[in-house]
Write a protein that binds this ligand. Structure first.
Ligand SMILES: Nc1ncnc2c1ncn2[C@@H]1O[C@H](COP(=O)(O)OP(=O)(O)OP(=O)(O)O)[C@@H](O)[C@H]1O
Ligand SMILES: [Mg+2]
Length: 358
């Protein structure tokens, strides 16, 4: 059995539509894509970020790893959705070790769940140490707080154990997306909105000069369109999905119903993204978002990118997480990788983590 390079990790993005797995080798000459693959999941196996069909999801993940001949059992996983809260808080300055002891108490007022029901993590964004101490003036620090509901975290840990994998890192989608952006061929300086639309999640992360200044996760995604087509045309979910993707013809009289479903849903996504960007604009008056970097399976809906550009007044670009990576032609079909690029960034971002980093 090959011994995985020290600290190397397999990135696993468990989406409700498909699981994506990636492995990257970080060498002195740059990054090499070692592995990438996906496997579809049945509808309802995962709902609102919660794993409803543990055995099915585990079997799919196990098959995917086996097909890709991945032996490394150390994996990085991410979660998202309503069970994750990310918040920047400003609190009176203290030492990091004191913060570790008091974070629970500090966090309590910012988390809409019982504090005993969440796993907490934090990162000091600004320690306030550079500021001269003035008598009578309290100094502050900025801390990024990440809270994830324990029951959801435990579900994902159980899934990994059932699949005989070792959970080395648990991240959130928005930060994994940011990792992928950081190794892409896009300009890093300035302010960029990363927008990822999958089947059940819309993730936004606004990054300024390498630092995340705003994240939001909403329950929007392509499965809304599929479900609505299913209901309106009274057909199966699978048939509706095929109609949505243009793989199944439909009757002429159904055209307007389908088009209205697309435009109605996509308009709500556009408004949600616009609302988030308006919030950023009013909160950080000195910051201007320069462009939107769009990914996720549902970003491929024809015309969506153009519509989003009109709605937000921003330039819309796609983000290809493979762009700066060495791809060995004998190992990959370039057509498949180009096709997969929009759905790959979270798995790639996770594969970039190494054991032990924070
Ligand atoms: N060419 C396309 N046109 C329109 N929709 C597409 C296209 N390709 C994929 N999709 C849709 O994208 C979604 C899958 O995207 P993605 O793989 O990013 O989601 P996921 O990660 O599995 O889900 P989640 O949102 O739960 O993370 C599905 O709803 C699928 O129908
Ligand atoms: Mg996803």
């Amino acid at each position: 059995m090959p011994i995985p390079k020290k600290n190397q990790i397999v990135g696993i993005d468990i989406g409700s539509h498909s699981i994506k797995v990636a492995e990257i080798e970080d060498t002195a000459k740059g990054m090499i894509l070692k592995n990438f693959g996906t496997i579809g999941l049945p509808q309802d196996a995962i709902l609102e970020g919660s794993i409803k069909e543990m055995e099915i999801v585990s079997a799919a993940l196990g098959n995917l790893l086996q097909n890709l001949k991945i032996k490394n059992r150390n994996v990085a996983l991410s979660i998202s959705g309503y069970s994750v809260i990310v918040k920047k808080i400003t609190i009176p300055r203290k030492q990091e070790k004191d913060l570790e002891e008091s974070i629970q108490g500090e966090a309590e007022q910012y988390i809409p769940f019982d504090i005993n029901d969440v796993n907490l993590d934090f990162q000091v964004l600004y320690s306030g140490e550079e500021e001269p101490e003035e008598e009578g003036k309290e100094s502050y620090m900025d801390v990024l707080l990440v809270a994830a509901k324990k029951d959801i975290v435990e579900e994902y840990i159980s899934l990994l154990h059932l699949t005989e994998l070792n959970p080395a890192i648990l991240d959130i989608d928005a930060f994994a997306l940011q990792n992928a952006f950081e190794i892409s061929d896009h300009e890093q300086s300035g302010c960029h909105a990363l927008v990822h639309i999958g089947a059940q999640h819309l993730t936004i992360n606004v990054v300024k000069d390498g630092i995340s200044i705003f994240t939001r996760d909403s329950s929007y995604g392509g499965s809304q369109i599929t479900s609505e087509i299913q209901k309106k045309l009274n057909i199966s979910y699978q048939e509706a999905e095929r109609i949505k993707l243009g793989a199944k013809p439909f009757a002429t009289e159904q055209r307007s119903t389908i088009e209205e479903t697309f435009s109605g849903t996509v308009t709500r996504w556009g408004q949600e993204i616009k609302r988030a960007l308006d919030f950023v604009a009013t909160t950080f008056t000195d910051i201007k978002v320069e462009n939107i970097l769009l990914t996720g399976g549902s970003s491929l809906i024809p015309g969506f990118s153009k519509y989003l550009g009109l709605e937000t007044g921003l330039k819309i670009e796609t983000l290809n997480p493979f762009a700066n990576m060495e791809i060995r032609e004998k190992s990959f079909d370039t057509g498949y990788l180009n096709y997969s690029a929009p759905i790959a960034p979270i798995a790639i971002g996770l594969a970039l983590r190494s054991i032990g980093d924070r």
